[in-house]
Write a protein that binds this ligand. Structure first.
Ligand SMILES: *Cc1c(COP(=O)(O)O)cnc(C)c1O
Length: 381
């Protein structure tokens, strides 16, 4: 059987072949421990890690010293929110986030509630967006941290982070953004964006799985959540994943070069896919803002079909109905529920996410396949 066309880049991306080539020597020839400063094996590894730190910093307009390598965005988010809370809780115990955040943020907040934090979960509007006024109304004298994602993984909606972070800055409140879906897709410049903590992941930007980074703005207090050899300026102990970090660095550098053209190309293909489906399949609609949105993502509801049967029947394309991270759950997407979709409609929604290796040749067959499958399922019901 032929492999289905991969349209699930928001779940994970393949490693770019150039990234893999850059990584390979660091498994074998240059296998040293980056903390071994007494010989050339260690020094070679350390140099490679520092070069990757510069590449990641460059992509987001940060200083290399402000980058901490982690095992991925989940760890970065845990470290940012728990580490900041622990360091700043003498100033207050109130956090603000949004109901449509990734579980890594929501479950971290739930954990802190068990430890005495008070958390406000903002409900976005029907487009999935949070406004400055809405955020402002939730701020209390005890608010110490606001966490709002840059781009949503399920619907691709982009929050007005510049405005929201500026408000936090005016009020002296720290601001974290889960930028996992945005970095490598959108330009982000932390010299202009007053965000204090930013999480990103390798495997969402054509790097390997199991590596990520946390940006920690200079002078932002943070308590390490893992004790040990005091690696990463004592923010994240543990022997560094040198090949992974080298891969993340190369992936960041490639995105820096390719991002602008890639976004333009993918917006064209995504629009072609979206328009084709909307025109050929009746009773469909796009979830979330269609203007404040990532170029590669569309999330479409197919009224009147069983969501589970739909996903199983779409066997020529690899797509999902929400977050891979919630695949254990059979609940309808909480992101779509927050946009006031019914359970049925949330179940029968499909996320299509395109990426670097999507071509025009993938799009027409995908539209045709979706059209045929939905028509057949509606007839059978
Ligand atoms: C994938 C993803 C994560 C988790 O990243 P990992 O590196 O897989 O831990 C967090 N937030 C968002 C928005 C994501 O898309």
């Amino acid at each position: 059987m032929d492999y289905p066309v991969y349209l699930d880049y928001n779940a994970t991306t393949p490693v770019d072949p150039q990234v893999l080539d850059t990584m390979l020597p660091y498994f074998t020839t240059h296998f040293g421990n980056a903390a071994s400063r007494t010989h050339v094996y260690g020094l070679k590894a350390e140099d490679a890690v520092e070069a990757a730190r510069e590449q990641v910093a460059e992509l987001i307009g940060a200083m290399p010293k402000e980058i901490v390598f982690t095992s991925g965005a989940t760890e970065s988010i845990n470290l940012a929110i728990k580490g900041f809370y622990e360091a700043a809780q003498h100033r207050g115990n109130h956090l603000i986030t949004v109901v449509t955040e990734h579980k890594a943020v929501l479950d971290t907040c739930h954990h802190l509630e068990q430890l005495g934090a008070e958390v406000t979960y903002l409900l976005p509007d029907g487009d999935g967006l949070i406004s400055r006024d809405q955020l402002e109304a939730a701020i209390k004298p005890t608010t110490i941290l606001i966490s709002v994602m840059l781009a949503n993984n399920e619907i691709g909606v982009i929050q007005p982070i510049q405005e929201l972070a500026a408000l936090a800055q005016e009020r002296g409140i720290a601001f974290h953004t889960d930028a996992t879906q945005a970095i490598g897709k959108l330009p982000v410049n932390l010299r202009k964006l007053p965000v204090d903590l930013l999480s990103l992941s390798g495997h969402k930007l054509y790097g390997p799985k199991g590596v990520g980074a946390l940006y920690i703005r200079k002078n932002i207090p943070l308590t390490a959540q893992q004790d040990g050899g005091r690696h990463e300026r004592n923010r994240r102990s543990g022997t560094l994943n040198v090949p992974g970090i080298v891969g993340l660095g190369k992936a960041a550098a490639l995105c820096d070069d390719l991002m602008t053209d890639e976004a333009q190309r993918l917006a064209g293909l995504r629009d072609q896919l979206e328009t084709g489906i909307l025109q050929q399949v009746p009773d469909t609609h796009v979830n979330g803002s269609r203007t404040q949105r990532l170029a590669n993502t569309t999330n479409i509801s197919f009224a009147g079909v069983d969501g589970e049967v739909l996903l199983m029947s779409l066997n020529r394309i690899a797509v999902s109905n929400g977050s891979a991270c919630n695949s254990a759950s059979t609940e309808p997407s909480y992101v779509l529920k927050a946009l006031h979709l019914s359970d049925d409609l949330a179940y029968s929604s499909v996320r299509f996410s395109l990426g670097r290796f999507t071509t025009e040749a993938d799009i027409t067959p995908a539209i045709q396949h979706v059209t045929e499958v939905v028509a057949r399922l509606r007839q059978e019901q």
